[in-house]
Design a protein around this ligand. Sequence first.
Ligand SMILES: *[C@@H]1O[C@H](CO)[C@@H](O)[C@H](O)[C@H]1NC(C)=O
Length: 339
Amino acid sequence: MLLYPNACLHFLRLACRRWSRLLLIITLVCPCFLILLFLGKLEEGFSYFLPLLISSPSHPSSTVALPHPLPPLLISPSNACSNSPFFLILVTSTPSHLNRRDAIRQSWGRLSTSLTLFLMGVPESQDEKAALVQEAGFHGDIIQAAFADTYRNLTVKTLVGLTWAVENCQNAKFLLKTDDDVFVNTPSLSDFLRVQKGPLYLGRIHWHVKPIRETYSRHYTSKDEYAGDYFPPYCSGTGYILSQEAAVLILQEQGRVPLLSLEDVYVGILASYAGIYPQHSARIAGSMMIPHQECCYRTMYTSHQVTPQGMSEAWAMLSKTEKEWCLGALLRCRISGTW
Ligand SMILES: *[C@@H]1O[C@H](CO)[C@@H](O)[C@H](O)[C@H]1NC(C)=O
């Protein structure tokens, strides 16, 4: 880093002496480059070129798109959207994770401009079933459909949530799909979304990802499920945002692709059929766990692997009246993050 100012000075001197335009341009460009890198704008800018880099899939127009029949709803908080939330957060949870749901309810899920709902299937035990009905009656924030609550059914869970949202919550301009171990900086995300327009599919982009063909893997994908060598670019399932219109367009493509158990990949495939390209945000951590520090929670929109205790601590950090000054936090928090 120390070398850098010296090198620039040297360039500047040469540029002045010889009036070489090229050197002058380099002198001006290199600080800009570093600043953009610093602000995460370089990688975000790159995602704008995605439409040039990948061809959009051709629509197999001869096949009629029949959506997969989704399991019927068992619990639906039908009045939850009556006060028109600006954005709706759909959290995939599982019946036994009551402590995680409570931590979210008492922290980032409390913001009044957003509405947070939990998606679940059916637990195995009768006790858990009864407890869930009670919890739903008490909080009114649970969507449950008639499918076994397993990891391999995560795509069904997400599709149930997105479908519920476009049918029951049309007033919400944006939907965020996330998990119950993710801390969401709801205040900053609200501010960011207020200025967004058009169909939006935003998150941490994964691209050039190969399907895993080893049957023992939790992420196994057979050739029947997906024949291609690479998945289209998709946003990490730990947190992605769809505008209402993008969600509608994406759900319309369901019949074209067999159901994959990889939820985020599946949404990415549907998006590519709908002609919607993902957009990248450097502030969405994906599967990274950022350091447990005020500046990191303040700067990022999401952070992964946060415990219930961590959620309330992070929320307390965000709610402080005296805010820390967070210069360079984006770069620092991500460099020192862990997977
Ligand atoms: C998904 O849910 C359905 C309906 O309950 C169930 O029959 C199926 O076994 C589940 N799939 C997996 C892979 O768990």
